[in-house]
Design a protein around this ligand. Structure first.
Ligand code: ATP
Ligand code: MG
Length: 395
């Protein structure tokens, strides 16, 4: 079928042709935004899920909702190599400019600009020229205290303008630990004061534990909606609706097959959908087309995603990953992995931690380790190099 009409859109953070199966989450976010804007208590939330489940797409969608509702938004993807203050300051400045341009400009915005200026100076963050006349209290150098003051100043200015601030933070697991607890503390103060500042975060599943470690009340402060594969119905809709708009149908057994092959993971649904379109000569897409597509999709993932990820690992990390893969797709006990590699727990632990730090693996709970990319285990088991892996680790 015509490549120019292929509706599917596999990629990172790119909008799908059909945002299927997420209605409840979206409605939940909309309610929180509307409540915050009306000055009512609203809970921040952090979506947790593996690679390719659609977290970034949802954050972008929430941002659009917040903008539509008249909120001031800032969306940032955390860079693991930069302090949080450097990443937040320019975004907050942007918000302040927008508040300043709204009616009723006044001393409160000037005060917030002042706080931002001393915050940026203290944490050596770069912000554009800040024009303010208000002498703000100097920042203390304690991020938790200074970020709290800054959030309060900005949220108070927002409140006066009947708007709300909505921060959207992606890859939140990469926030450095001290920075994370400062962020949590600032949001905690904001919620105690019922100020209109809301955060939507997204990250890999180990984050809830990280946040809990950082501050015990973080568990109650946020909702942590798990983002996983779509429901059966959602997966079918994600595949069939975009095709239908181009007057193309799937044969029922073809649809069953693709749903099963993708494990209902959003990214895989886009990849498989794209290849089904390429494989089929005409509507309906048949089971034979879907099987051809599945081979092509797997090859494309191997080359485009899995190989690249594997290449980022050192030899001992590869050996660890391969040993993990032998246990299947679900998270496994890290002691079992250590055993399989003939390593003691303390010898294996640093390798496990390296894999977590690289975003390749995550620990859903103490002692367990799993891959952050679905089907990566399958790839490793299919690769011929999986055999000598154990020897490499011992040497
Ligand atoms: N609800 C959905 N229905 C159909 N396709 C979706 C849905 N959500 C996301 N997708 C598609 O899945 C792919 C991955 O989405 P996205 O980049 O948002 O995932 P992610 O969870 O942020 O992944 P990562 O952890 O790698 O950043 C994109 O191609 C996107 O279009
Ligand atoms: Mg993402």
């Amino acid at each position: 079928m015509k490549a120019t009409l292929n509706p599917y859109n596999p990629g990172a953070g790119v909008p799908p042709p059909e945002l299927a199966g997420r209605d409840e989450l979206i409605e939940h976010a909309r309610v929180a935004v509307v409540r915050a804007k009306a000055g009512r208590p609203a809970k921040s939330s952090i979506m947790l899920g593996l690679r390719g489940v659609g977290k970034t797409v949802l954050l972008n969608h929430f941002e659009a909702i917040a903008e539509d509702e008249g909120c001031q938004t800032a969306l940032l993807e955390i860079d693991p190599d930069k302090p949080l203050a450097h990443q937040l300051a320019p975004q907050l400045q942007h918000i302040l400019h927008r508040l300043d341009r709204m009616k009723k400009a006044g001393a409160d915005v000037q005060k917030a600009f002042g706080s931002l200026r001393s915050f940026a100076a203290m944490f050596k963050a770069t912000v554009g020229d800040v024009d303010f006349s208000f002498a703000a209290p100097a920042a203390t150098g304690d991020l938790a205290v200074d970020l709290t003051d800054l959030f309060i100043a900005i949220a108070e200015a927002a409140k006066k303008r009947d708007t709300a601030i909505v921060l959207l933070i992606d890859e939140i697991q990469y926030i450095q630990k001290g920075d994370l607890s400062a962020l949590i503390m600032a949001l905690h103060k904001i919620s105690q004061r019922q100020l209109p500042l809301l955060m939507f975060g997204a990250g890999l599943p180990q984050l809830a534990k990280l946040a809990g470690d950082a501050k015990s009340y973080a568990e109650r402060l946020f909702d942590y909606p798990p983002i996983g594969p779509l429901s059966d119905e959602g997966a079918r809709q994600a595949l069939a609706s975009p095709a239908e708009r181009e007057k193309v149908k799937y044969a029922p057994d073809a649809l069953d097959y693709v749903v099963e092959q993708t494990g209902r993971y959003p990214f895989f649904l886009q990849v498989w959908g794209q290849h089904c379109w390429e494989a089929a000569a005409k509507s309906p897409i048949t089971l034979a087309d879907a099987k051809t597509a599945s081979i092509a999709a797997t090859a494309a993932l191997d080359e485009g995603i899995f190989k690249v990820r594997l290449a980022r690992l050192t030899e001992r990390q590869k050996a660890y990953a391969r040993a993990m893969a032998e246990f299947g797709p679900e998270p496994v006990n890290s002691s079992d992995v250590a055993n399989a590699l003939n390593l003691s727990l303390s010898q294996a632990a640093p390798i496990r931690d390296e894999l977590i730090k690289k975003g390749m693996a995550y620990s859903p709970e103490r002692g367990l380790i799993g891959f952050t990319v679905p089907k990566f285990d399958d790839y490793l088991r299919r690769m011929p190099a999986s055999k000598p892996a154990k020897r490499t680790a011992k040497s």
